[in-house]
Write a protein that binds this ligand. Structure first.
Ligand code: UDP
Length: 497
């Protein structure tokens, strides 16, 4: 099934902003030669669904911008409701991450996967032209695309959004299983070089994920709007555990006399120093370890029976003096994630959220006041605006993932000039250069390591401006959707050559 995209939409949206108008013009200039060499070839983007998940979310923007550079492109999604088909591909996804059930790679489920893929291939063959380029995303349409290539011999690309740095017996067996299908394709695309299996290194292009700078989640917000969104969001009406937010937001609502700030990041100064992590409720996002690390940071300024604190005895921390001690005393932590009921493909979300809430319940009263567990509103646009506002208002955005494929939350926060503390893993390591555009948490699984990093970043105020500017630049250069389109066009050309 092909998805229609508003032909006016993309150009009009970016034309409204001079910076993005310029970015589109640069993208057109950079791709001009490649686009000329693709003449009369239509690019087919095929993925599993029209909505839900990051791939679908970005597709409309990417396809719209590919048209903007003068290439022909069609977006098609799969039409099948065979649950066994998706169980099979979900298992492949898990296996590539070192989980999943290797016994289920063969047998009934595989037979269904192949049968559905044959049917899909026939449908594609009916519509695709002999000069067209087939770009297939992830394991769901992988075999269907391979059958099309086998039949028509057209240029083809397989884009894999899954990435794991660790080779496990499961992932190796799975790659071996997928290999005959993948080898039908001229090119493959991965998000990071670390994720490319060895047998594909000679035919792979790297295309990291990207963000859309005019989407509700990433568009510019004036400080007043940031404050309004926070004040008006569901955060205000929750009795607990969002007490601190409540008070600030109520004050804003009541008298509206907050000092107007000139930069978005200044809005954070209206509140107390705030650490904020926004993620799905997934154990691998390291919420627990972050909460524990935050608790240890607070403990460091609490006097023991002899009136001593570790803050005083720790020369690395103590030299920053009383102002730093006050910042630690005032600091709070926001743990933010979606309503698990709205995330259908993440069955462990509810349990993880309950666990975090229980841990929060068990905290000392003092500490309880300083930590908020925040569940996002169900409405997607509203939730996007709240995320946007939180990433702009937090003093430090934290991403303490124990493992992370790429970490779009990091990209989104860097785009907004946030001060970043992210764990030293996978895609976060690819985005944050320690001490240049943020700081890395050496060991996200160790609360002491987390506490030390929070302490360091909170005490490095004089470097915040430099870090946040570098972060914004990094995203501008590498991770905006314009760059992604340039890379896609180059990949399409590589597939034809
Ligand atoms: N996100 C969201 N609502 C939430 C938490 C996260 O919409 O409550 C978004 C977040 O802004 C980001 C995406 O979900 O765009 C998560 O992508 P990421 O690569 O960070 O992690 P993943 O969830 O894919 O593991």
């Amino acid at each position: 099934r092909t998805i229609e995209i508003d032909p006016e939409g993309t150009s009009a949206a970016y034309a409204a902003d001079p910076v993005f108008r310029q970015a589109v013009a640069e993208m057109q200039a950079e791709t001009a030669d490649d686009v000329a060499s693709l003449k009369r070839r239509k690019i087919w983007m095929v993925n599993s669904t029209e909505s839900g998940g990051g791939v679908a979310e970005m597709m409309e923007t990417v396809v719209g911008l590919i048209r903007e550079v003068g290439a022909e492109v069609t977006w098609a999604v799969m039409e099948t409701d065979e649950s066994q088909f998706f169980e099979y591909t979900k298992n492949i996804h898990n296996l590539l991450h070192g989980a999943g059930d290797p016994d289920k790679l063969q047998g009934d489920a595989e037979a269904t996967y192949e049968a559905v893929s044959r049917r899909l291939a026939e449908t594609i063959i009916e519509h695709i032209g002999p000069n067209d380029i087939l770009c297939v995303h992830d394991p769901q349409p992988l075999a269907a695309g391979a059958y099309v290539v086998d039949e028509l011999g057209i240029p083809a690309v397989w884009r894999c959004h899954i990435g794991s740095e660790e080779d496990t017996p499961e992932s190796k067996a799975t790659w071996a299983h997928l290999r005959p299908w993948i080898e039908q394709y001229d090119r493959t695309v991965f998000s990071l070089p670390e994720y490319v299996p060895e047998f594909l290194t000679d035919r792979t292009d790297i295309i990291p994920p990207a963000i859309d700078p005019i989407s509700p989640k990433n568009r510019h917000m004036k400080p007043q709007e940031v404050a309004e969104v926070l004040a008006r969001s569901a955060l205000v009406d929750t009795d607990h555990p969002t007490t601190q937010f409540d008070q600030v937001a109520r004050r804003l609502q009541r008298d509206g006399t907050f000092a107007p700030a000139t930069e978005p990041e200044d809005i954070g100064l209206l509140f107390r120093p705030t650490f904020c992590e926004i993620s799905r409720w997934d154990r691998l996002k390291g919420f627990h370890e972050l909460l524990e690390g935050f608790a240890r940071l607070k403990e460091s300024i609490r006097p023991d029976a002899n009136g001593q604190t570790t803050f005083d005895s720790d020369s690395a921390t103590g030299h920053r003096g009383d102002a730093h001690r006050t910042r630690i005393a005032d600091a709070r932590l926001l743990l933010v994630g979606p309503d698990p009921a709205t995330v259908s493909d993440d069955p462990e979300g509810q349990e993880t959220l309950e666990d975090i809430k229980e841990t929060w319940q068990a905290l000392d009263d003092d500490l309880k006041e300083d930590v908020a567990v925040v569940v996002m509103p169900e409405d997607q646009v509203r939730s996007a605006l709240v995320i946007n506002a939180l990433q702009r208002s937090a003093t430090v955005v934290v991403q303490n993932s124990l493992r992370e494929g790429f970490g779009l939350t990091v990209t989104e926060a860097m785009w907004k000039r946030a001060v970043l503390a992210g764990s030293d893993t996978g895609g976060i390591r690819a985005q944050i250069t320690d001490g240049e555009n943020g700081v890395l948490i050496p060991d996200a699984s160790d609360p002491d390591s987390v506490a030390r990093t929070l302490d360091e970043v909170l005490g490095s105020k004089e470097q915040w401006d430099e870090w946040s500017l570098n972060a914004h630049r990094n995203v501008t250069d590498e991770y905006l959707v314009f760059r992604q389109v340039t890379r896609w066009i180059a990949t399409a050309r590589n597939a034809v050559e």
